[in-house]
Write a protein that binds this ligand. Structure first.
Ligand code: SF4
Length: 319
C-alpha cells in the first residue's frame, strides 16, 4: 500500500541533473544508510545507480538480507511490497507510487479463496507478481526462475497456480502436477504482445542468432526458443553459452544488463515495443526526491504481511 499523500505529490524535479544528480543520490544513500534495488527492466541510468540489479527472486533475496535502514525499490508495486513484507522494521520507498503491475491486479484474494474452496486439498502456488493480499492466501510463492521446482515441491497432486497463464504453460511442460490456473487468462501485457511474427522478422534480420525467451511469453514463442529463463537466467545463459548473437524476447530493459555483462556479444530485442511503462516510471530525479523526502513509502498491514511472509519464506527455503 502506497501512502496517498505521496500519490498526490506528483514529482517534478529537473535539478540537479547528470553527474550532480548521481552524486547527490550517492550522498543521501550513504547518509541515510539506504540500499537501492532495481529490477532488470529499469531504465539504464537507474540500473547504473542501483546497489543491486536483478530479477524478482534475486531482489526478494537481497531484500531479505538487507541491513540498510531504508530500501529504495525501483520496480513495481508487488516487488516493493515483497521487500516491505520481508523487512517490517525498515522503511521501503518506491520512487514513483504509480508503478503498479497490471498482471498483479488480475488476481484478487477473494477470487483465489473461491477457487480454493472448489478444490479442497489443492496447494496454492502464486507467482511473485501478485499483491500481498493474494500472497497471504498462498501456500508458497514462486518466481519465473523457480516456478516448476516450487510446484513440484508441493505435497499435493493438484496445484492452484496464478496469475500468469503463459507461465502456467511453461510449468505444465515441466511438472506432472494438475494445474488449476486462476484467473484463466492472466497475462503480462508487455510479454504477451511479443508475437511469432516478431520472432520471424527478427530471425530474417539476424539469421543464426539464438532465441532466448521469458516464460511470460506466449506458448508459440516459448516453443520456438532455444532457451527459456527468468531475466537473470537469460543473462547467465547468454554469458556462458558459446554463441555470439541472441534475439531477446522480454522487456527491452534487459538489453542494457546483457550488453554490460557480455560486451563481446550482440543482442537484439525481438520486439522494440516490448516496454513495460510501469517499470519505466522510476527516474533519477524521482529516486533523489524519494531519498530526500523518505516517501512514497510502501507498507503492508501486519496480518497480511505475516501471512504473505510465510509464503515467501517457504519459497526462499526451497532454494
Ligand atoms: S513486465 Fe509485465 S509482469 Fe513485469 S511489471 Fe510490467 S506488466 Fe507486470
Amino acid at each position: 500500500m502506497v501512502d496517498e499523500q505521496s500519490l498526490r505529490n506528483k514529482i517534478d524535479v529537473s535539478e540537479p541533473s547528470g553527474m550532480k544528480l548521481v552524486e547527490e543520490i550517492e550522498r543521501l544513500k550513504t547518509k541515510k544508510n539506504a540500499l537501492i534495488l532495481a529490477h532488470n527492466y529499469q531504465r539504464a541510468e537507474v540500473q547504473d545507480v542501483a546497489d543491486f540489479v536483478g530479477d524478482s527472486l534475486e531482489l526478494a533475496r537481497r531484500a531479505a538480507e538487507a541491513d540498510a535502514d531504508v530500501i529504495v525499490f525501483c520496480g513495481v508495486d508487488f516487488m516493493a511490497e515483497t521487500a516491505a513484507v520481508l523487512n517490517p522494521d525498515k522503511k521501503v520507498l518506491i520512487p514513483d507510487a504509480g508503478a503498479t503491475c497490471p498482471m498483479a491486479q488480475m488476481l484478487t484474494a477473494s477470487a483465489l479463496r473461491r477457487v480454493r474452496a472448489e478444490h479442497p486439498g489443492a496447494a496454492v502456488v502464486l507467482y511473485i507478481n501478485t499483491l500481498a493480499e493474494s500472497k497471504a492466501e498462498a501456500d508458497c510463492v514462486c518466481t519465473s526462475a523457480n516456478a516448476a521446482a516450487v510446484v513440484n515441491a508441493m505435497d499435493a497432486e493438484t496445484v492452484i497456480f496464478g496469475p500468469d497463464a503463459n507461465l502456467a504453460y511453461y510449468v505444465r511442460r515441466r511438472s506432472p502436477k494438475e494445474l488449476v490456473v486462476v484467473p484463466e487468462r492472466g497475462l503480462c501485457p508487455t510479454h504477451h504482445q511479443i508475437a511469432m511474427e516478431d520472432v520471424e522478422a527478427a530471425r530474417r534480420r539476424h539469421p543464426g542468432a539464438k532465441l532466448v525467451a521469458h516464460p511470460e511469453c506466449v506458448p508459440e514463442v516459448q516453443d520456438a526458443a532455444d532457451h527459456i529463463a527468468s531475466t537473470s537466467g537469460m543473462v547467465r545463459f547468454c554469458r556462458e553459452d558459446a554463441a555470439a548473437e541472441y534475439l531477446i524476447a522480454t522487456e527491452i530493459g534487459l538489453l542494457h544488463r546483457l550488453r554490460r555483462e557480455a560486451p563481446q556479444k550482440r543482442f537484439h530485442a525481438v520486439s522494440e515495443t516490448a516496454v513495460c511503462p510501469q517499470m519505466k516510471m522510476h527516474t533519477l530525479p524521482k529516486i533523489l526526491r524519494a531519498l530526500e523526502r523518505e516517501r512514497p513509502t510502501v507498507t503492508v498491514p501486519k496480518e497480511t504481511a505475516d501471512a504473505a511472509r510465510e509464503a515467501i519464506q517457504r519459497m526462499l527455503e526451497l532454494e
